[in-house]
Design a protein around this ligand. Sequence first.
Ligand SMILES: [Zn+2]
Length: 132
Amino acid sequence: MRRGPIKFVLIHHAACDSRLHYRLSEAGQTEALLPESERASHANSIEIGLEGSFSDSPPGDRQIGALKDLLLQIKQRYPDVAFGGHRQVRGVRTQCPGRRFPLKSLLAWTRSGLIAARDAALQDEVERQYHP
Ligand SMILES: [Zn+2]
């Protein structure tokens, strides 16, 4: 199915039955399941699922680290993209990505740490290209 412009990145747990573009294992391995040019479950979104349900415990550091790496890569490709959890989609009734998923702190990071990491990566690229 064709898709519209990419505006959102939606985070799921793998227990959710949404179609996903990426799946992240507990060990932090990233698997691409669908090309970003194809629609998954929600319009205008890239969808990422983390292995686990996070109803009783949060994801581990390696999984969160892999998620942040992937969000940074996506932000570099789609500078205006916004981030959110599945349960924040208007009209859906779900706990996804799980009661214990640290959505609030992750979204705070997308507004500060992610921007700093993107700017640092951009600066590195400029220096690689233009330094004598
Ligand atoms: Zn979901």
